[in-house]
Design a protein around this ligand. Structure first.
Ligand SMILES: Nc1nc2c(ncn2[C@@H]2O[C@H](COP(=O)(O)OP(=O)(O)OP(=O)(O)O)[C@@H](O)[C@H]2O)c(=O)[nH]1
Ligand SMILES: [Mg+2]
Length: 356
């Protein structure tokens, strides 16, 4: 069935439909980046071998080494890790929202280019876990760090850079690059120099000022990352961008819409579970999803008067889902209560970390 498709087998970047692109400036920016990236990832045509004359032997060019490896993107909540992953890949893969703790999973995204394959792991923001869901989130960070050939530490340049010793302990001697993100919010770049010096003093010599949101400094960062990856073979097909099934991303786009449209505790109390995902020849794909909240009062808020609030969730989520899948979708949303699910190990295992 289509919904079990493994994204590593998908051979084309999902296309953003033109009506979707026209609704969002950000997605326009990202689509532009996609086109640019696609151009820069063209594999050079090899020199033709001339067997009759033996000209190939005369070609003195040594083969370029291939760089590949895993890059763990880590940092405090809300610093722009997921936005940066999307920007590096040139596609809207990871959920982004203006509030902390949006990301719950270690999300793999693959950057392919001439002579390199960088496999990024977006991770949840670093925090002191207080309940079962956060313990799982913390574990996702640890797993990403365990596999990392390189750590990409993301810091928010618009806030005081603190906890440098903590980050140094976290990186624990691995190779690391720092992205000082959100520089678009900083008027005087020279004000960042003391922070850069402190980072250097803690072992973070490679600091790049970037804006994941508007796109500054990204090419330089990409080059620095690729240069620091070990020499080796690619881990995934050269046209793969992710390794999760489509239904994972569909659930994430619904959760992202909830994170963007509701305040207070609602986003944190929300889990999204895809109950049905059917491809229907000649018709739109059919998706039925449950939005779980923790209390009846939250259910009423999610639905809103005459179902209007829930309709907005559906509209926003569907726009992103269709942009991602590149095909139209009929989305049916149901709201259910699972009391205090964030502390319920079984619910979390079955529905948050088990079903994708
Ligand atoms: N001005 C500005 N805002 C940014 C930039 N990068 C990210 N943001 C915003 O910061 C907010 C958080 O972005 P995310 O990418 O979700 O941050 P995150 O680090 O993944 O957050 P968690 O998953 O919650 O840990 C969003 O509102 C982004 O639009 C940037 O370069 N400049
Ligand atoms: Mg995130």
């Amino acid at each position: 069935m289509r919904h079990e498709q493994d994204y590593s087998q998908i051979t084309q970047m999902p296309q953003t439909t033109s009506d979707v692109a026209s609704e969002s400036d950000e997605s326009k920016g990202l689509s532009a980046a996609t086109a640019k990236d696609a151009e820069s990832t063209k594999i050079p045509t090899p020199e033709p071998l001339n067997c009759l004359t033996g000209a190939a032997e005369a070609n003195p060019r040594p083969p370029e080494p291939f760089h590949s490896g895993y890059v763990a993107i880590v940092g405090l909540p809300n610093v722009g890790k997921s936005t940066l992953l999307n920007r590096l890949l040139g596609t809207h893969l990871a959920a982004v929202a203006p509030r902390p703790q949006t990301t719950r999973h270690r999300l793999l995204g693959i950057l392919n280019g001439p002579g390199h394959q960088a496999v990024f792991f977006d991770t949840p923001g670093l925090l002191d876990p207080k309940y079962a869901l956060q313990q799982h989130m913390k574990r996702e960070i640890d797993l990403a760090l365990n596999d990392a050939d390189l750590v990409l530490l993301v810091l928010d340049a618009s806030r005081p850079v603190e906890d440098v010793a903590f980050f140094s302990g976290l990186v624990a001697g691995r190779r690391a690059v720092v992205a000082l993100n959100k520089v678009d919010l900083v008027k005087e770049k020279k004000d960042l120099l003391p922070a850069v010096e402190r980072l250097a003093g803690a072992g973070f010599a490679d600091v790049f000022m970037v804006s994941a949101l508007i796109g500054g400094g990204i090419e330089e960062l990409k080059v620095a990352i690729v240069e620091r990856l070990p020499e080796g073979q690619p881990f995934y097909a050269p046209d793969a961008i992710a390794d999760r099934p489509e239904r994972f991303f569909v659930a994430e786009f619904i959760r992202e819409a909830v994170f963007n449209l509701y305040g207070e505790e609602i986003p944190y109390s929300t889990a999204v579970v895809i109950e049905e995902f059917k491809e229907r020849p000649g018709r739109k794909d059919y998706v039925r999803a449950n939005i779980y909240v923790e209390r009846d009062s939250q259910k009423a808020i999610i639905i809103g008067r005459d179902g209007r609030a829930l309709k907005r969730v559906g509209t926003e989520a569907r726009r992103n889902i269709e942009g991602f899948l590149g095909r139209p979708v009929f989305l049916e949303l149901w709201v259910k209560v699972a009391e205090a699910w964030r502390k319920d190990e079984r619910f979390i295992r079955e529905n948050v970390y088990g079903r994708e």
